[in-house]
Design a binder for this molecule. Structure first.
Ligand code: NI
Length: 272
């Protein structure tokens, strides 16, 4: 619906201005049954005494300290994101709805595109970079500067029609491939980084990518959708990934599953 932007989440600033402070304190708009969380920004008035200066320095949002430079909570660094591999527990996490978009989240999306292109993918879901939020990026061309890049927030896939079988792979399951039956056409509802609604029928490869990535946000991997018997063909590769991950956990290069999942709380506090 035109004009119904920001219905599901708040967009804080935009790519050009990023006026985090003032927007963060604005009244959240509400629409329909989805009500954005009330702002919990805490801060102090500017003491510069410039006539008309009414700026407000945000020091905390939702109990977290704000980085004054970026206007974002500390400790959540988009540049530090990396693709995680099976059987990392976040790949099985059911991601939460995004309620807020700010500069950090735009940086997250940019970092995800970077990782996707580096690894020759066509889509990458937030859970694959260890984030518990419903967001994925895609470019069916797989080439930076070609095709069409999309950042899809809170995607909902409905009206599946037809069936089509094709081979899939996944950046979180290196060297694993298998045939997956997906709907040929789907309807996608989502939001972009500007908070604008996307309401579209998709078919073919694009529809497959959207289904694969939306699955990720529900903790579902393409290997869960292989035909019966096909899992046996890739069990060697899965065992190898499993052995590698668990041995790195034992040597403490990777924290244990409980600690890994505990990290997600900070991101949820900031965006969900
Ligand atoms: Ni994948």
């Amino acid at each position: 619906m035109a004009g119904d932007y920001h219905a599901l989440f708040r967009v804080v600033g935009d790519a050009s201005t990023d006026n985090f402070g003032s927007d963060a304190l604005g009244q959240p708009r509400t629409s329909g049954k989805l009500r954005p969380k009330r702002s919990r920004a805490v801060g102090r008035r500017c003491e510069c005494r410039t006539l008309g200066c009414n700026s407000f320095e945000v020091v905390r949002v939702s109990g977290q300290r704000i980085d004054k430079e970026t206007g974002m909570p500390d400790e959540l660094d988009p540049a530090a994101l990396e693709i995680i591999s099976f059987p990392h527990p976040t790949l099985r996490y059911e991601a939460k709805l995004v309620r807020r978009v700010d500069r950090r989240l735009r940086d997250v999306a940019a970092r995800m595109f970077e990782l996707m292109y580096e690894n020759r993918g066509v889509g990458l879901a937030a859970t694959q970079v260890d984030l518990p939020i419903r967001l994925f990026v895609m470019n069916p061309s797989g080439q930076q500067g070609e095709g069409f890049e999309s950042v899809l927030i809170n995607p909902v896939v409905t009206k599946p029609r037809g069936n089509e079988e094709a081979e899939e792979g996944c950046l979180s399951l290196p060297n694993v491939h298998g045939n997956v039956v997906r709907a040929k056409t789907i309807h996608l509802h989502a939001y972009n980084l500007e908070g604008q609604e996307i309401d579209q029928e998709l078919s073919g490869f694009e529809a497959r990518v959207v289904q694969h990535e939306t699955d990720h946000l529900d903790g579902t991997l393409f290997i869960d959708r292989l035909k019966e018997g096909a899992i046996g063909e890739i069990s060697g590769e899965l065992d190898a990934l499993n052995t590698d991950f668990r041995s790195r956990q034992r040597t403490e290069a990777i924290p244990d599953d409980e600690q890994l999942l505990a990290r997600l709380v900070k991101w949820e506090a900031a965006y969900c």
